[in-house]
Design a protein around this ligand. Structure first.
Ligand code: SF4
Ligand code: SF4
Length: 205
């Protein structure tokens, strides 16, 4: 059969010489290479004691953000799951009940939100798709686990703590245009839920 390219080579079974049959020269050559590497600077580091510097916009473990008042921003719209090329995100939506306004920012929230870290390719498309500034990637590295199921991260691992000093700052990931938009407190998107005053929202935001 005629080949499609001219890259094919005819393989010839060559007889081994006496020296090759002894294997000693090949073994000695291998040991020489191994010894020469012992005195070179190591290419690896002792992680986790040593950590290589990472970019401030490194795409690592996700965080589900809360708003200023501590309410979860995610409204379970599903856009992140649709945008995810690895189909790593799943969620179950629920309706917010009366009295839960301080827990969930919108009328609909994610009762279950899971990311399979083994499927995730850390592309950041979920972050870009989210209209609520609810999901961001961070510079944290996903922990190693022994069981596959432990890589499915639920809200317990994804939602940031309520305590303000433990919140995860993601401002470095937001461009100037977004940061400027956030200074407009007249937009519902930027308003903080107040129990004595319901959120006033402008259409289109
Ligand atoms: S970073 Fe990419 S692959 Fe990972 S969950 Fe988000 S969209 Fe999916
Ligand atoms: S994280 Fe954002 S895009 Fe994903 S469901 Fe929640 S609000 Fe929608």
């Amino acid at each position: 059969m005629q080949s499609l390219t001219n890259r094919s080579k005819v393989v010839v079974k060559k007889e081994m010489t006496f020296t090759e049959k002894m294997y000693l020269p090949a073994i000695l050559n291998g040991m020489r290479i191994t010894f020469s590497h012992m005195f070179k600077k190591s290419a690896t580091i002792k992680y986790p004691e040593h950590v290589r510097p990472r970019s401030s916009v490194y795409r690592g473990q996700h965080v589900l953000k809360r708003d200023e008042a501590g309410a979860e921003r995610c409204t379970a719209c599903g856009l992140c799951a649709v945008a995810c090329p690895a189909e790593a995100i799943t969620m179950v939506a629920a309706e917010r009940k009366k009295g839960e306004e301080n827990l969930y920012r919108e009328e609909k929230y994610a009762a279950v939100y899971e990311i399979n870290m083994l499927r995730c390719i850390f592309c950041g498309l979920c972050e870009e798709a989210c209209p609520k500034e609810a999901i961001f990637l961070t510079d944290r590295i996903v922990d190693t686990e022994y069981e596959r199921n432990d890589f499915v991260y639920g809200k317990d691992k994804l939602v940031e703590p309520v305590e303000k000093d433990k919140r995860i700052d993601v401002s470095v990931r937001q461009n100037e245009k977004t940061l400027e938009f956030k200074t407009h407190s007249e937009y519902g998107h930027n308003q903080v839920w107040d129990p004595n005053k319901s959120l006033k929202k402008k259409s289109g935001h």
